[in-house]
Design a protein around this ligand. Structure first.
Ligand code: GAL
Length: 657
């Protein structure tokens, strides 16, 4: 395919950053597996990475069988040499802990360390992530290997960052139904509830005679005849998330004792099984693994037309959503640890990126404040599971298509090395426990928390405004003029106070504050807000074909609530039923708005707060940094933006006035 023409770029002038804006250097990197290649190839690889303009190289995260080929017989010689070769070429190393891939002999020591699926079947050796987060023996082994690595490389000047494990939760591994998980869960329940009576009361176990006489009688919530108590399920989800947090904390504490280098973890797209904010609290930087084309076919509800239009580019909002979310998880500091360079191997279909996308994806990440974008992987492996996954090099070491684009981004970065992320005027509250609650009791087949929040986010992107995410334990909303909290199942008391005090616009619902932390319906009835007199008297979930039209255009779908109370009706159905209940600038939405309705809601709220919109259509998207406006074209054809042509798969930027 010939390279599409780029629009002429405007001059790269970088005005000084205003006070209080986060300014950071940007860099590129790559994931490398020295243990996959003959040692005499390493110097060439390292030199070529440096020539391409790469700064970072991540290694080691799956190498346990080479670091400890026999139990307690550590072999660091090869890793010493690999780090030396990479460092000598001027590269900075991110050293991964290898705990996602325990070697086969580990099972001889700990036969019961395997996770079990909900049917009680062990998840066997022969791929990766074959461990249960709750297994104490395996945690001890992890602490041992991480300590050995940290002691050996903690002061190594080439090791400039650490990665804990790899993609917690990948391959559905957060939840395990093993004996270790059951024992851990009982212990956790005893801590949380203190007595079996309190637990029975909190869960409502009088229902169906589910009362327990001892916490030690409580099993995991799988293999029941019909659905388990949602409170039981919700407690198990909280427990499972806490195990990921503890597993990660153990590693980061060990590393910190030996090294001052920042520690990060590589999260994933649309994985909500554990609380990323809680894991992130123990880390210095958040990173995530971005596979736009794989995600489009594998992880996104969208029409076939949409999937066809963006087949070679990825969804225009999915990456940006995660950039913004993980910026919040990393408290401002975040990276892309793995960026798709070509076709992947794991989605239902694996098309190649359009020429230009490897560059566009990188710039989009930088425009959202990424400090680094690392590609996965340096050279395509000719063996094992991922032989069909492209790298920056082909298996024969010739350049794969993305390599040139990466070198181009490196040259562009040299011209414009600073990024300044600004606080957006708009925030969405994102809450992992709400995602579990939706799964525990969805009530409608297609009702999903991520999907709901993503619908709001997409509407904001269509309006061309920047968005921040906030965790639900935020105790102040002062920093943002307009705050959305769609589907937030429980409002913690400090957030309720912050919402009441918020002087800007607040848009809650649907289903916000509809359950207690122990998964009961609150009385007085939801949304039980301190600042808005509204009660939901009835809820309905609706099949996808049903649309309830709204006066003035648009509709609600999937979910509808009936409201009573003393409020102003600011949006109603064509039948006159209230859909938005308002008091001043605080609003509760009693349904899931379609795109037309969301666009209206966003436009009205932005107007009320004096936030300028720049509506965009098709594949065009924009994002402002402190100094520049970036324009991205996810479309297959050139598009016009404010009188300028943005080429297909192109990006341009200009200084903000
Ligand atoms: C990620 C993972 C990598 C590799 C990659 C392939 O999920 O962290 O190790 O498997 O996917 O796309």
């Amino acid at each position: 395919m010939s390279r599409p023409r780029r629009a002429t770029r405007l001059p790269l002038t970088t005005p000084p950053l205003p006070d209080g804006i986060n300014s950071m250097k940007r860099a590129l990197g790559v994931c490398y597996y020295p243990e996959h290649w003959p040692e005499d190839q390493w110097p060439d690889d390292a030199a070529r990475m440096a020539e391409t303009g790469l700064t970072w190289v991540r290694i080691g995260e799956f190498a346990w069988s080479r670091l400890e080929p026999q139990p307690d017989r550590l072999d660091f010689g090869w890793l010493d040499r690999a780090i030396e070769v990479l460092g000598a070429a001027g590269l900075k190393v991110v050293l991964g802990t290898p705990t996602a891939t325990p070697p086969r002999w580990m099972l001889d020591r700990h036969p019961d360390m395997l996770a079990q699926d909900a049917q009680g079947r062990p998840r066997k050796f022969g791929s990766r992530r074959h461990y249960c987060f709750s297994h104490p023996g395996y945690r001890t082994e992890c602490a041992r290997i991480v300590a050995a690595l940290a002691e050996r490389y903690g002061q190594n000047s080439h090791v400039a960052a650490w990665q804990t494990d790899n993609e917690y939760g990948c391959h559905d591994t957060t939840l395990s139904y093993s004996a270790a998980a059951r024992d851990g869960f009982r212990h956790w329940l005893a801590q949380r509830y203190q007595s079996v009576e309190a637990l029975n009361r909190a869960w409502g176990n009088v229902f169906w005679s589910m009362e327990y006489r001892s916490i030690d009688d409580i099993d995991l919530p799988n293999q029941t005849v019909t659905e388990p108590n949602p409170a039981h399920l919700m407690a198990f989800r909280r427990y499972a998330s806490d195990q990921v947090v503890a597993f990660n904390r153990l590693q980061s504490q060990i590393i910190r004792r030996q090294s001052a280098a920042p520690i990060l973890h590589n999260y994933m797209g649309r994985i909500t099984d554990f609380d990323h904010f809680a894991v992130g609290a123990d880390l210095d930087i958040a990173s995530w693994d971005s596979y736009p084309i794989g995600f489009l076919s594998d992880r996104l509800e969208a029409s076939e037309d949409h999937k066809t239009a963006f087949l070679h580019q990825g969804d225009p909002d999915f990456q940006a959503f995660h950039h913004d979310l993980y910026r919040a998880v990393g408290r401002g500091r975040w990276w892309i640890m793995e960026q798709q360079p070509g076709p992947v191997n794991w989605a239902p279909w694996n098309p190649a990126p359009l020429t230009g996308m490897a560059r566009l994806w990188a710039w989009e990440a930088f425009a959202h404040g990424a400090e680094a974008v690392c590609y996965f992987r340096w050279r395509q492996a000719p063996f094992a599971q991922e032989q069909m996954h492209a790298g920056l090099l082909r298996p024969d070491s010739a350049a794969a298509p993305a390599l040139d684009e990466v070198a181009e981004v490196a040259r562009e970065l040299a011209e414009m090395p600073e990024a300044g992320t600004v606080r957006a005027d708009i925030a969405i509250i994102f809450d992992y426990a709400s995602a579990w609650a939706w799964e525990v009791q969805p009530q409608g087949k297609d009702f999903d928390y991520f999907r709901l929040v993503f619908a709001f986010y997409r509407a904001l992107r269509r309006a061309g405004v920047s968005v921040d995410f906030l965790p639900s334990d935020s105790a102040s909303l002062k920093s943002h003029k307009l705050v959305f909290a769609p589907g937030l199942m429980t409002i913690p008391p400090p957030l309720m106070t912050a919402m009441a005090a918020h002087e800007g616009t607040l848009i809650l619902g649907p289903r916000t504050n509809s359950k207690t932390p122990d998964f009961a319906t609150p009385v007085p009835l939801p949304p039980a807000l301190d600042f808005l007199d509204a009660r939901i008297s009835l809820v309905e979930s609706l099949p996808p074909a049903i649309a309830i039209s709204l006066q003035g255009g648009g509709a609600v779908r999937h979910w509808l609530e009936r409201l009573e109370g003393n409020f102003k009706v600011t949006l109603k159905t064509t039948d006159g039923a209230p859909i938005m209940a308002s008091t001043g600038s605080k609003h509760y939405l009693a349904g899931w708005p379609d795109d037309t309705a969301l666009d209206r809601i966003v436009a009205d709220a932005c107007k009320a707060e004096g936030i300028a919109r720049t509506p965009v259509t098709g594949g065009l998207r924009i994002r402002d940094t402190a100094t520049h406006r970036f324009v991205f074209n996810y479309g297959k054809d050139p598009a016009d933006f404010a009188g300028q042509t943005v080429s297909a798969a192109g990006v341009l930027w200009r200084p903000l006035a």
